[in-house]
Design a protein around this ligand. Structure first.
Ligand code: CA
Length: 509
């Protein structure tokens, strides 16, 4: 198979519907809060009576009082999936409504990977909001920019002195309509974060990053934004992303909630891998970060309410992907396991959405067109968007016959490298899907393109995915799931569809 370099999607003709004009404040405000690596089962309320009948798993014994209360006022999805459960690919799909091959971000962004870079000509959700009269603010981790040597304080150098460079400074021309900026690329010292503001000045506040970011969000809401406009505010907190090993990573008041509880009582899910002892010991720190994020999210909600903005504001709480913690494999993400793919998705919009729990299978690219429609901008969704507007599925109390039957799973790997050892092509190493009941992941060999591994789980009978069903004994099931693949792959304009990968198994037309 070819190595892929994202050339084809230029043909998609991504343009915005013309005739844009400033909108009035009749359009709702939108706040999108998404901490990094927050697994859906990390939400305490799934253990509560009002919610537990909707899921078949045990949630973590966390304390998330703010999210528990918020969930009762919102539409709560039990089965929202991060199609490619990795930072940069998720963020690109979220903002563009396009799958990775079309938006250019197939792997995490770092300077050694020029292949994974948001296409310059894409129209993002913030572009649309900005062009339609919104004030747009971004706070926190961005991780959607290919690092270049553009440090505003040290011209000609990368902001990240490490090799390879992961962190990035996003200059004005790459901010896609965000007029307020307080952000960085990616950096993992939770109590020593840094940010570049709208003018490129660097700030090193030396405090736990979600607290600092909530303060910034409140400042934006109360005094920074243009109050003659509706606003679109994104807050991207890094915790509960690793590191989660000590009090350097979380607030002591949150750690104290868990420090005296034995690991056996914290790790309640039966799929804990006994070999992952370091990840087991991380549990109280991971949960402390979950509780701290909960508190800071609650502070943003309180500020919104105090300003009387809670009714006409769409508030979303989600995450870029989950965290397998001490289950399955060492890598916390980038796998088809439920703990990695299943993310929180809680959306509150009192004027249009009646609180309820839904098992809607939401894909990441669906979020952009859905939010734009809920905000009254459905006629401004860029042409060529691959995600589906599922706003009706949020307004209805139950998924309709039009609701998605499956979501695509995507995993890419580094492909061809140039003389400078930079990755200039990617290899689409695994594809699969999740239905309401099953998980299927097909991995291919990099040299032969032949099937190398199959993961097949019955998530109804085996919610912790402890029994990989052998294909030989489940031929009919395997065939029926493979039959769903072509349509999903086609919709994503995926290289597997274009190259008819595993055509002996997947029934392409
Ligand atoms: Ca991430």
């Amino acid at each position: 198979m070819k190595n892929f370099t994202n050339k084809l999607p230029a043909l998609l003709g991504l343009t915005v519907v013309s005739g844009l004009s400033a909108q009035t404040t009749a359009h709702p405000n939108v706040i999108y809060v998404f901490p990094d690596q927050f697994r859906n089962c990390g939400l305490h309320f799934w253990n509560d009576d009002a919610f537990k009948s909707y899921v078949n798993f045990k949630a973590d014994p966390t304390h998330t009082p703010q999210l528990d209360k918020f969930a009762r006022e919102a539409v709560v999805l039990s089965s929202a999936q991060s199609n490619c459960p990795l930072s940069s690919p998720h963020r690109a799909m979220l903002f563009t409504g396009l799958y990775p091959d079309a938006n250019g971000v197939t792997l995490n962004c770092l300077d050694k990977r020029p292949v994974s870079n948001l296409r310059a000509d894409v129209t993002t959700i913030s572009d649309v909001f900005s062009r339609n009269g919104y004030d747009c603010g971004y706070i926190g981790k961005y991780h959607l920019d290919y690092p270049t040597p553009n440090d505003p304080q040290r011209p000609g150098q990368y902001v990240d002195e490490r090799e390879p460079a992961w962190d990035a400074y996003t200059p004005k021309e790459r901010r896609h309509g965000f007029n307020f900026w307080y952000s960085y690329g990616t950096f993992d010292e939770h109590k020593n974060p840094h940010y570049w503001d709208s003018d490129g000045n660097r700030h090193d506040p030396k405090e736990w990053s979600p607290k600092h970011e909530a303060d910034k969000a409140i400042e934006y809401l109360t005094s920074v934004r243009d109050k003659n406009k509706p606003f679109f505010l994104v807050v991207s907190m890094n915790p509960p992303h690793s590191p989660y090993q000590s009090l350097n990573d979380c607030m002591e008041e949150d750690f104290n909630l868990y420090k005296d509880i034995p690991l056996s009582k914290l790790l309640v899910r039966p799929n804990v891998n006994p070999e992952l002892t370091k990840k087991q010991k991380a549990a109280p720190y991971y949960f402390a970060n979950v509780s701290g994020v909960d508190r800071e999210f609650g502070r943003i909600l309180s500020a919104l309410k105090a300003m009387g903005l809670d009714k006409n504001t769409i508030v979303v709480f989600s995450s870029d992907h989950g965290e397998t913690l001490a289950s399955h494999v060492e890598d916390a993400k980038n796998s088809p396991y439920t703990e990695a793919m299943n993310v929180p998705f809680i959306i509150r919009y009192p004027e249009k959405l009646k609180p309820h729990v839904s098992n809607l299978l939401l894909s990441t690219p669906d979020i952009m067109p859905t939010l734009l429609t809920l905000a009254g901008l459905n006629d401004r969704i860029p042409t060529g968007v691959e995600g589906t507007d599922l706003s009706a599925e949020f307004i209805n109390l139950k998924p309709t016959k039009n609701a998605p039957k499956a979501v695509l799973y995507i995993r890419d790997a580094d492909g061809k490298k140039n003389a400078e050892k930079k990755t200039i092509a990617y290899f689409p190493v695994a594809r699969g899907l999740k239905t309401e009941r099953y998980t299927l992941a097909l991995t291919i060999d990099k040299k032969t393109n032949k099937l190398a591994e199959v993961l097949l789980f019955d998530d109804l009978k085996d919610p912790y995915q402890m029994n990989n069903l052998p294909v030989e004994k489940n031929k009919e099931l395997f065939r029926s799931l493979c039959k769903l693949m072509p349509e999903l792959l086609k919709k994503a304009n995926d290289p597997w569809y274009r190259e008819k990968v595993l055509s002996d198994i997947i029934p392409y037309k």
